[in-house]
Design a binder for this molecule. Structure first.
Ligand SMILES: *[C@@H]1O[C@H](CO)[C@@H](O)[C@H](O)[C@H]1NC(C)=O
Ligand SMILES: *[C@@H]1O[C@H](CO)[C@@H](O)[C@H](O)[C@H]1NC(C)=O
Ligand SMILES: *[C@@H]1O[C@H](CO)[C@@H](O)[C@H](O)[C@H]1NC(C)=O
Ligand SMILES: *[C@@H]1O[C@H](CO)[C@@H](O)[C@H](O)[C@H]1NC(C)=O
Ligand SMILES: *[C@@H]1O[C@H](CO)[C@@H](O)[C@H](O)[C@H]1NC(C)=O
Ligand SMILES: [Fe+2]
Length: 449
């Protein structure tokens, strides 16, 4: 670009044009290279289920960001904020991230929208809001570890999302591989690739180890989860139908170079959140509690990851001092389901606590389980490919698969949920299914007596 500018100035001088017109040419050239078009358009649920947050990127600064939206026509307008984000790499590439909240939407209603500014608008997209209240069947897709390269599950997820199969997509950490790579161009590429999903349903996230560069800066800048102003998408919770969904940052246990505060703040918050969600009158109307985070506390993979170890940090707390242990919280507060990724495989565990299997009954292990249920779903597809399993799985490992794929789940009502594992390698074949039935959503410790 510098060379072209020099040539223009030189040619301008050679043909004897006046100074002002050379400046005008340069100005026109800069105008052409400025990039005001919205990219990476994606949705997130807002502070309440009546709000939707639209986030996008431009590579040049624009006037105030707007979303025009409506049910039959684009007759509503919302304004938001812009943030300049500078990647930490050598080029210090800058981009502008724009966030707009669409407030007070009607439940169970289709909306169309486009986003941008007076300098340029996106394509027209649409979404359907969630239903009101707690009494409706919720459909979700879960997966982790989806990269920009070898993103094998992506086409199937795009097709299913646009057919309206899911109320939300939950990406359980590890994006792009990595978002900061090549001065964040890999992050840009990834955000472009997920737009056909993420512009249509809330794309809900938590950070993984691949987001750690520059204190998780790409992750924090590019997503807009609930409570964004305080926790920058690192941890938060929200409600969807009969489910209270908690997203945590397991990386706070591992990247201690960024300080202990991220971990202690999160833990305090988590305790309060669980206490609130398990108040009898709250749980009576919204009984399910799911917790998701990137790194599992159990796994039977043949790598040497922390989840293969008895003293896994997220399970028993930090080394030696054993503070901020999570497994006892899952048990005490009767968390129904713990969803993890990081291992590039799928694994379902029998209900268990502290390495002890706690099946509901001999014939129906997931009917009134006596311990938390864990699932690890980190095989959406990335350039690191698969992680394999130990030849002799431990007794707590119920099912596993190394096929690329993702997890589909339906929470039918207060007592019944179903999930299935989709194998992309086997053209969408379902390779594992399970029903979890809980008649009473109480502390497991209490249940065991
Ligand atoms: C949603 O349901 C609640 C309680 O049932 C009710 O108070 C509220 O008005 C409903 N909201 C909408 C937008 O229908
Ligand atoms: C990293 O980011 C977190 C969350 O924004 C912040 O609390 C922490 O102080 C940061 N750490 C460093 C070393 O900058
Ligand atoms: C878990 O089991 C180990 C070994 O049996 C025991 O030492 C430990 O106290 C147990 N932890 C909890 C929280 O029950
Ligand atoms: C749990 O249930 C499964 C399926 O019925 C069974 O194979 C397994 O042995 C049970 N484990 C224990 C410890 O009861
Ligand atoms: C909950 O959903 C399951 C599965 O669809 C169904 O079998 C069960 O009867 C439902 N329970 C209630 C109380 O509606
Ligand atoms: Fe990971």
């Amino acid at each position: 670009m510098k060379m072209r500018l020099l040539w223009m100035i030189l040619i301008g001088m050679l043909v004897g044009r006046c100074h002002a017109s050379v400046v005008l040419d340069i100005f026109k050239y800069m105008q052409r290279t400025a990039d005001y078009q919205p990219q990476h358009v994606h949705l997130a649920i807002g502070e309440t289920n009546q709000d939707m947050v639209v986030t996008w990127t431009t590579f040049s600064p624009t006037p105030r960001p707007i979303v025009e939206y409506g049910i039959k026509k684009l007759d509503q307008l919302a304004e938001g904020t812009s943030q300049k984000f500078t990647d930490g790499g050598s080029e210090k590439r800058a981009m502008w991230i724009h966030r707009v909240t669409l407030p007070n939407l009607l439940p169970n209603t289709g909306y169309m929208y486009h986003c941008g500014s007076s300098y340029g608008l996106s394509n027209l997209f649409y979404f359907k809001t969630w239903m009101n209240g707690t009494d409706w069947p919720v459909s979700l897709a879960f997966f982790g570890d989806l990269g920009a390269e070898n993103a094998q599950s992506l086409p199937r997820l795009q097709a299913e999302t646009q057919k309206g199969m899911y109320h939300a997509i939950i990406h359980v950490g590890d994006f792009a591989y990595d978002m900061d790579s090549d001065n964040a161009r890999v992050g840009d590429e990834f955000m472009r690739q997920i737009q056909p999903i993420a512009a249509y349903v809330p794309y809900i996230t938590c950070p993984g180890n691949h987001e750690s560069a520059y204190n998780f800066s790409n992750y924090r800048a590019r997503f807009s989860m609930p409570n964004y102003d305080e926790t920058e998408s690192l941890y938060y919770s929200f409600n969807i139908g009969p489910v209270h969904m908690i997203s945590i940052n397991t990386e706070a246990y591992y990247f201690l170079q960024y300080g202990l505060k991220p971990l202690s703040n999160q833990y305090q918050w988590l305790l309060e959140d669980l206490k609130e969600a398990t108040k009898p009158e709250v749980r009576a109307v919204r009984p399910w509690i799911f917790l998701f985070g990137h790194r599992p506390m159990y796994c039977s993979n043949s790598d040497k990851d922390d989840c293969t170890k008895v003293n896994c940090r997220t399970r028993v707390g930090l080394p030696v001092v054993h503070t901020y242990a999570l497994e006892e919280l899952l048990d005490t507060y009767g968390v129904d389901l713990a969803i993890w990724a990081h291992e590039h495989s799928y694994e379902r565990l029998w209900p268990m606590y502290n390495y002890t299997v706690l099946n509901g009954s001999i014939t129906e292990p997931y009917t009134n389980p006596r311990g938390p249920v864990h699932v690890i779903t980190g095989s959406a597809g990335c350039k690191e490919r698969h992680d394999s399993f130990l030849p002799n799985p431990p007794e707590w490992s119920a099912a596993h698969s190394t096929d690329y794929g993702y997890t589909r789940m339906t929470v039918y009502n207060n007592t019944h949920l179903y999930w299935e594992q989709v194998s992309d390698d086997k053209n969408g074949k379902v390779v594992d299914t399970v029903w979890v039935i809980r008649d009473e959503h109480v502390s497991y410790a209490q249940l065991r007596g």
